[in-house]
Ligand binder design. Structure first.
Ligand code: DC
Length: 690
């Protein structure tokens, strides 16, 4: 333990050497320790275990499997103790195991359960139930376990039926520490050799811990892939006695705060995990002119641990370029890097970070939106961001999208000079860093009585329920969305009308259709596109004037709108406008990319579809008011197919069914039934009065 201090997160002391603090234990490592401790024979002792939601979920699941665990919800200063029953001694639980939000818990337990003579259903919360499971299920099935989806294919809930397994050589297409760990745990439990091959090295916490527990692990590059093997799985596993290293990702927030706070005392963060697969931010900080001294310490369960120290800064923070090769080693640190970039001198470019779109939130979108909102210039790429550093005062409300790292990154910025930020959901930080706001409050140099961030406890802002409805042309989106919005008392965002209004304005400016994609940002900005809700239904204003409905529906607009809406710049330019339409009590958003791009966190996602001839019939009926003949239907169907093709094959925000969207086929439904179907899906999210 460090000098005379505490082991849990917090300020350890203030002294001549400055401020000394600790951050919570690393939850990736802690959850592995819990699971491996529960497979070992004898008592494991896990000190400094974080008490956040994820480790608690995993510990709860292990307890339901009959493993005796002491103190997982006790004070962080006390170790967690596990009475390990041995490799294949878990008991059949009475009910499904709910891993809530813990992806590590769900995936690693699936692997461990594959070798137990049990049949267990794993479930999780809504967000975990959207994450892909097949990449784990497939290798476990190949080893001989039964893995079935109880609900929708590919996601939780999932039943794992374990039994004797055979060893395999698994070659994954993506490097994933969770997949690798699941397969290793299955082989370990079953006592069979195994090899996992990855296109690049993923985090190696499991391998290090297994080695520390006496398991032979062979690793290295073999035939162009990173190979991890258990050549001789042991008959039993020695228990663990360890201190969980502080979470580097949590420490990163404090490092960034220190870097942005000139004039403060030196800051030391004790006993931080320094696994090289996790510390990729350090060389980036060095390039930004932020010096972090690393004082190496001992190993904990095979993990390097050390103190991090940020001295006084000598020069300005400089912008950096961070590309694909560097991202894997700092994937969780991109939000805090983005915040540093906002205060750096120059433009920071982050690329190769597409995976951030499927984290707790679409982190690239969340960062872009919030940075813009508080006054920072940002460009969003499909796989990254360009951020223009500024010294101007920054102010505004930050929307967290239930994402702890977004909340903390902006919390850090809010605790620096010339920033007045409000974080809408501060409590979300508890997921990985309980006590974050208090610690931030205590370390910062007090600025004239101003609290670091106005974030004391969750605000009880009224909630805005978002229903996202996407689908092909003529599937019944507008009718359904308008009717559902009116029934629910929600706003109806007709995003197609916005693209139509922009198309109309560009046509009015006499731009030729084949030159549309040369439109510049300045031209688009000059249109001053705005939404107008004054009449109860959405209108679109261009330079202050509401575009009449008949202009929006004019044939020449309909003929060109697919081209215009495929222009990346146009889409990017209209993103904030659409998101800002969300107001309590709710919004029904209708279009092609509502659930995928604009509102990826929508409460309800619906994909409407119908047979193309039926869609054609409805379109004509809508236009001319009478039922069309066959020839007209065929001609319109051909046109619709063309538009569908353009909408679904374009590069930006193509029309696709979002993960987790419910398909409603309206071919044989009338408008009333369609609306009912959508409202039924929304019911669980509505406030009581509905
Ligand atoms: O729904 P609509 O027919 O009014 O849409 C007009 C066009 O705009 C259509 O070609 C698809 C496009 N669009 C889009 O690309 N993204 C949206 N969110 C909505 C519409």
């Amino acid at each position: 333990m460090g000098v005379g201090g505490r082991l849990s997160a917090g300020v350890e002391r203030r002294s001549g050497e400055g401020l000394v603090i600790r951050v919570p234990g690393d939850k990736s490592i802690a959850q592995r320790a819990l699971i491996l401790g529960a497979l070992a024979e004898g008592e494991s002792r896990i000190g400094a275990a974080p008490r956040g939601a994820d480790p608690l979920s995993t510990a709860g699941a292990l307890a339901a499997l009959g493993v005796e665990i002491l103190g997982p919800d006790g004070p962080a200063s006390e170790p967690v103790r596990i009475a390990g029953p041995g490799l294949r001694a878990w008991r059949q639980p009475a009910a499904p195991l709910d891993l809530r939000n813990s992806g590590t818990g769900a995936r690693l337990l699936a692997g461990a359960l594959a070798a137990q003579p049990l049949s267990v259903v794993l479930t999780g919360d809504d967000s975990l139930s959207r994450r892909p499971m097949e990449r784990i299920a497939a290798p476990l099935r190949r080893m001989g376990a039964g893995v079935e989806y109880v609900g929708r294919p590919g996601v939780l809930p999932m039943r794992v039926t374990g039994g004797p397994l055979t060893g395999i050589r698994h070659g994954g297409e993506v490097a994933s520490a969770q997949v690798k760990s699941a397969v290793l745990l299955a082989a370990l439990g079953a006592g069979v050799p195994v090899e996992v091959r990855e296109p690049r090295r993923s985090r190696d916490h499991s391998e290090r811990m297994l080695e520390a527990m006496g398991v032979e692990v062979a690793e290295g590059w073999r035939d162009g892939a990173w190979s991890v093997r258990l050549p001789n799985p042991p008959a039993s596993l020695a228990p663990l006695d360890m201190e969980v290293p502080g979470d580097f990702s949590s420490a990163a927030f404090l490092l960034a705060w220190a870097a942005l706070s000139p004039g403060r005392a030196p800051l030391t963060i004790r006993a931080v995990g320094l696994n090289p697969t996790r510390t990729g931010l350090l060389p980036v900080l060095a390039r930004m002119g932020i010096g972090v001294e690393v004082l190496p310490g001992r190993l904990a369960a095979g993990e390097p641990v050390g103190d991090l120290r940020v001295g006084a800064r000598t020069g300005p923070v400089r912008a950096v370029d961070v590309g694909e090769e560097e991202i894997p080693g700092m994937i969780d640190e991109v939000p805090i890097l983005a915040v540093l970039a906002a205060r750096a001198r120059g433009v920071t470019r982050i690329t190769g970070a597409r995976e951030l779109r499927v984290k707790e939130s679409d982190r690239l979108a969340a960062l872009a939106l919030n940075l813009r909102r508080i006054g920072v210039g940002v460009e969003e790429y499909p796989d990254g961001l360009a951020i223009e550093g500024t010294e101007r005062p920054l102010a505004g409300t930050v929307e967290c999208f239930h994402d702890h790292r977004i909340a903390m990154a902006f919390g850090v910025l809010g605790a620096t000079r010339d920033c007045d930020l409000e974080v809408d959901d501060p409590a979300v930080a508890d997921v990985s860093f309980p006590g974050f706001w208090k610690l931030l409050e205590r370390v910062r140099v007090p600025v004239a009585g101003k609290p670091a961030v106005r974030a004391e406890g969750p605000r009880s802002a009224p909630r805005c329920v978002v229903l996202a409805i996407d689908g092909s042309a003529g599937a019944g989106k507008s009718t359904t969305a308008a009717a559902a919005a009116s029934r629910l008392g929600f706003r109806h965002l007709d995003s197609g009308a916005i693209y139509r209004a922009v198309t109309w304005a560009l046509l009015e400016s006499e731009r030729r259709i084949d030159e549309m994609d040369q439109v510049t940002r300045e031209e688009l900005e000059a249109l001053e596109v705005a939404l107008d809700w004054s009449a109860g239904v959405m209108g679109v204003r261009i330079r202050g004037i509401r575009v009449p409905e008949r202009a929006l529906r004019a044939d020449r607009v309909t003929a060109s709108v697919s081209r215009v809406s495929a222009i990346p710049l146009v889409r990017a330019q209209l993103l904030d406008l659409q998101r800002a339409a969300a107001r309590p009590p709710g919004l029904v958003a209708e279009g092609r990319d509502m659930a995928t791009v604009v509102f990826p966190d929508a409460h309800v996602k619906v994909y409407l579809d119908a047979d193309v001839r039926e869609r054609a019939r409805r379109r004509i009926l809508q236009r001319i008011g009478t039922d069309p003949g066959n020839a007209e239907i065929e001609a319109e169907a051909a046109r619709l197919k063309g538009r569908d093709l353009l909408d679904s094959t374009r590069e930006v925000a193509p029309l696709t069914r979002a993960d987790g969207a419910t398909i409603v086929d309206t071919t044989h439904l009338d408008p009333v039934a369609q609306t009912e179907a959508v409202i039924d899906l929304a019911l669980p999210f509505l406030p009581p009065k509905h």
